[in-house]
Design a protein. Sequence first.
Length: 303
Amino acid sequence: MATNYPSSLDSFTNPTATDTLDSATVPHAAQHDNINDAVLAIETALGANLANVVLPAQSISTTAPLTGGGDLSANRTLAVSAGTTSAAGVLQLTDSTSSTSTTTAATPNSVKTTYDVASSAHYLLDPISGSYYRTPVGNAVLTGTTAASANVTYYTAVVFSKPVTLDRIAINTNFTGFSGTASVRLGIFANTNGKPGNLILDAGTVAPIASASSYIITISQALSAGVYWVAMNTITAATTNYYYSIGNNNTNNINLFGGALSTTPTSSGLAGFSQSYNATTAFANASGVSISTFCPITYVRVA
């Protein structure tokens, strides 16, 4: 009988006490032949000097960060230790750009966020408590030469090198170019691919009534380091609705995110973005924004 071992077990017919040596049912010679084949298959599988057998005397050795080795007299569970600043190991990924952990690793997304901040900050300084911040685009002079249109949201960028908590958001009316009464909604938006994205804070409304005046809302908004868009929307325009702005008579406005608006320098550039919609009830997430060469400035203050 050709043996089936080790792919499967053989099936043997055991002789009985009444079987004779010349039994046709259980031939004596055939039994020896079957046993010889089976023993040979077992020896082949085990190998000389049990070379093919894993014995308890054998062991699994580990080196850091792998742990859990030992001899094979029992089941062994291998593990990888956590990585630190002094030892290799497993690290959890994090999207945070403000974490001080020494046991986590940055994702490409967090590195990209940090890169965007660094590459777009033309003269970025650490935020100072009690100071107001506005867009750092180009030379961004205050012009106040164009009135803000009703039902248009104007977005201007602010950049923070570190996590901050903002406690004020505000606008300023122009020195001589404002009269009547307005209703203006102020807010903060996330940055998405270099443009205003999802709404972070709807701060409510102010009611400007005079020129050369600041209109301020108290807020409490924590932000991670990064680029954000602060916004104003004139729900009801004043008779003369002028605000401090960056605009189209500034010859040095440039794209905050590094892209040129055209191949030929012109007298205007990217002051921010704008989007037409009625914000009487609330701000909505920004979408379909357009490049604006004029934008009233919205200010925010670091707590």
